[in-house]
Design a protein around this ligand. Structure first.
Ligand code: PEP
Ligand code: MN
Length: 371
């Protein structure tokens, strides 16, 4: 439930509402936007809200349509933009996070980091703690991996995204990471989510392959309600027939999550496909559907990778993918539809380039109905 305040509400009015909720034993969070202030209750259907409507400057008391409240677009109409140094996630252009599945060695990580930085990636990814399906497979370098990530950040200037798999590692990973990844297997690890709600670093929350969009957004709600507003959602494929691809890229989840929430939503076509040949087309599809960015696995020598080699792009393949995304769409593929005789009422949409490459041409028009 949320209480929308009148435009004229003063700080005292807001404090009075928060106090009245506390008196009823209901914690709440205040959301400030340019055009309104909303008090979001940490309860969905409180029994006793009658008096609240009558408090000064209260405009309306609204029941949120979904079980997630703080994640809901009803609570915050302005889209959340997450800033990591001078990188934005959820801003005007798509953000690209790229790097190897696992940190394996200094040579491997630095080659990957320099390669993805030169091709225009905005953040470097790499796992030091790996949640492997088999206990016999490479589990990551742990602390050594984190130290190598810090070295790669120093060498390239790219902020670091890395996974944390257990509550006991959170403090250590926080010392090194700029963004903490919660892997698909841990999406509903509630002790971990509660702990990450208390850190002041953004969290990249992957969707579990068997989770509904609602379950995924409720997992995000744990982070938000616990006090961490910087949540990035990541769709990484769900269980499908699973014959030709590792998972099934759920593009509808990207669209739906952006519709239901104000949080940035990125896509991970690498884990969705499980094979590198599909990654460029799925990346374009994700951005065309409105994804705020991509998470891509890139390895200097995928054949020798200790994890996820089959889905990892080589550095030249990643360079080609980035150039393809930064190019105006009309120059790299056919028009999506041909309209024989557009009427005068038909507006010509203009959009920014999907990915901006540092030092590149910046904003460009990428689509015309009738070029
Ligand atoms: C990863 O990003 O390397 C990873 C383990 O992904 P997921 O949690 O989506 O399987
Ligand atoms: Mn991986």
């Amino acid at each position: 439930m949320l209480i929308s305040m009148r435009k004229t509400a003063t700080t005292e009015d807001i404090v009075r509402v928060v106090g009245a909720l506390e008196d009823r034993g209901i914690p709440s969070q205040v959301v400030h936007e340019a055009n309104r202030v909303v008090v979001v209750l940490h309860k969905r259907r409180p029994e006793d809200v009658s008096g609240l409507r009558l408090l000064p400057a209260v405009d309306s008391v609204i029941e949120v349509d979904h079980r997630f409240q703080l994640a809901s677009i009803q609570s915050r109409r302005e889209r959340t933009v997450i800033r990591i140094g001078d990188v934005e996630i959820g801003g005007e252009t798509a953000t690209v996070i790229a790097g190897p599945c696992s940190v394996e060695s200094r040579e491997q990580l630095l080659a990957a980091a320099r390669g993805v930085r030169n091709a225009g990636a905005n953040l470097l990814r790499g796992g030091a703690y790996k949640p492997r399906t088999s206990p016999y497979e490479f589990q990551g370098l742990g602390l050594k991996g984190l130290q190598l990530l810090a070295e790669a950040r120093q060498a390239t200037g790219l902020p670091i995204v890395t996974e944390v798999i257990g509550t006991e590692d959170v403090d250590l990973v926080c010392e090194y990471a700029d963004v903490l990844q919660v892997g698909a297997r841990n999406m509903q690890n509630y002790p971990l989510l509660r702990r990450l709600a208390k850190v002041n670093k953004p969290v990249l929350l992957k969707r579990n392959p068997a989770a509904t969009v609602e379950e995924w957004l409720l997992a995000a709600e744990y982070l938000l309600v616990g006090g961490n507003p910087n949540v990035i959602l990541c769709e990484r494929g769900i269980k499908g027939a699973g014959l030709e691809t590792r998972n099934t890229f759920d593009i509808s989840a990207v669209v739906l999550a952006r519709q239901l929430t104000h949080l940035p939503v990125i896509a991970d076509p690498s884990h969705a496909a499980g094979r590198r040949d599909l990654v460029p087309a799925l990346s374009r599809a994700a951005l065309a559907a409105g994804a705020d960015g991509l998470l891509l696995e890139v390895h200097p020598n995928p054949q020798a990778a200790l994890s996820d080699g089959a889905q990892s792009l080589t550095i030249p393949e990643f360079e080609r993918l980035m150039l393809g995304l930064a190019e105006p769409v009309r120059r790299v593929q056919r028009p999506m539809v041909r309209i024989a005789r557009p009427t005068a009422q038909m507006v010509v949409p203009r959009r920014a380039a999907q990915v901006r490459i540092a030092g590149g041409p910046g904003r460009r028009e990428i689509w015309h109905a009738n070029p």
